[in-house]
Design a protein around this ligand. Structure first.
Ligand code: 5GP
Ligand code: ZN
Length: 114
């Protein structure tokens, strides 16, 4: 989608540190990391928010967790634990309206989140 930051990053039109790529996803390092490991797992397909997913996105939304597991292993987070966050809507803190999953790890996590 035009004027979408994550579409531009996924297509290579905008530079970013890409740490993972497959047919359906890229993962990048967050520009403003909130933990020693802070990655964003981004589907190549433009979907604005979780509220816009459709039945046909079921496989994609399922396999995002397989990518998260792979990246958690790659960053040695299995033992320490890690957090996955999906902000949906402005009220939840979503700032980029192209769906993405945050993978945060490398420090103790508190609950409830802010
Ligand atoms: P949201 O707040 O929408 O859940 O998450 C958006 C995330 O994208 C934020 O954590 C923000 O730091 C990150 N971000 C915003 N612009 C860029 C960028 O240009 N490059 C990268 N790598 N991350 C970005
Ligand atoms: Zn997009």
């Amino acid at each position: 989608m035009e004027n979408c930051l994550f579409c531009k990053i996924a297509s290579g039109d905008e530079a970013s540190e890409i740490v993972y790529k497959d047919d359906h996803f890229i993962a990048i390092k967050d520009i403003n990391p909130q933990a020693p490991v802070h990655l964003l797992i981004i589907p190549k397909k433009h979907v604005g928010t979780l509220m816009e997913i459709e039945e046909s996105d079921k496989d994609m939304m399922g396999s995002v967790f397989t990518v998260a597991k792979f990246l958690a292993e790659e960053n040695d987070l299995e033992m320490s634990g890690f957090r996955l966050v999906l902000n949906c809507g402005m009220g939840a803190g979503q700032t980029v309206f192209h769906i993405h999953l945050h993978l945060l790890g490398g420090r103790p996590m508190k609950w409830p989140p802010g």
